[in-house]
Design a protein around this ligand. Structure first.
Ligand SMILES: Nc1nc2c(ncn2[C@@H]2O[C@H](COP(=O)(O)OP(=O)(O)OP(=O)(O)O)[C@@H](O)[C@H]2O)c(=O)[nH]1
Ligand SMILES: [Mg+2]
Length: 170
């Protein structure tokens, strides 16, 4: 199972997503500090909303196997810069929550997430659990540990640590 780090503005649905992944009933609990569980790291939205704290987000990401930007489908504006992936040495995915909102604009939010460099984008409704199984399937696979030599080889080929090697390279 990959450990998932969640960042996104307050009310984006990060804590609800953790509850949905655990199969719990949704219960509102404002996140006051970063909470590490076995498979998830949940952060308060204010961290992503503040310039100073956002640097801390990059540090927390090193504790995870995958970093997710969580954005609700009805968010009116975007906090995340294009090309954000470049300072996070982890695979970056996007998770769009609240797909059930009457104000949802999934195409717009998807575009924001694509611009940051997210390689996969998942659509979920935490309330009905729609889309949760697909996300769980992606997370279920264990990350492949790399030796220093394997990491250096990927770097010499201009690849991310988690990218597959081209045919013929070992
Ligand atoms: N309709 C709908 N409501 C959702 C969904 N996900 C979360 N919510 C609601 O949105 C509100 C905020 O959700 P949280 O999960 O607490 O948001 P958060 O991102 O953890 O917020 P912070 O802890 O402040 O950073 C709660 O009332 C949730 O019930 C969803 O997919 N659909
Ligand atoms: Mg929360």
């Amino acid at each position: 199972m990959k450990k998932l780090f969640l960042m996104g503005r307050s009310e984006a649905g990060k804590t609800s997503l953790v509850q949905a992944l655990k199969g719990e009933e949704l219960h509102y609990e404002k996140t006051q500090y970063t909470i590490t569980d076995e498979d998830t790291i949940d952060s308060p939205g204010e961290y992503a909303e503040s310039k100073h704290f956002s640097l801390g987000l990059a540090c927390f990401s090193f504790e995870a196997d995958v970093v997710a930007i969580v954005q609700a489908a009805d968010e009116p504006y975007n906090l995340f810069s294009p090309g954000l992936q470049t300072f996070i040495l982890r695979p970056l995915i996007g998770i769009i929550t609240k797909t059930d909102s009457p104000y949802a604009n999934i195409m717009m939010v998807r575009q924001w997430l694509e611009n940051t460099g997210c390689t996969r984008i998942f659509l979920v409704n935490n309330a009905t659990r729609e889309g949760i199984d697909e996300l769980m399937e992606y997370l279920a696979e264990d990350p492949q540990p790399l030796t220093l030599e394997q990491a250096k080889l990927r770097q010499s080929l201009g690849l991310n640590e988690w990218d597959p090697l081209p045919e013929g390279e070992t």
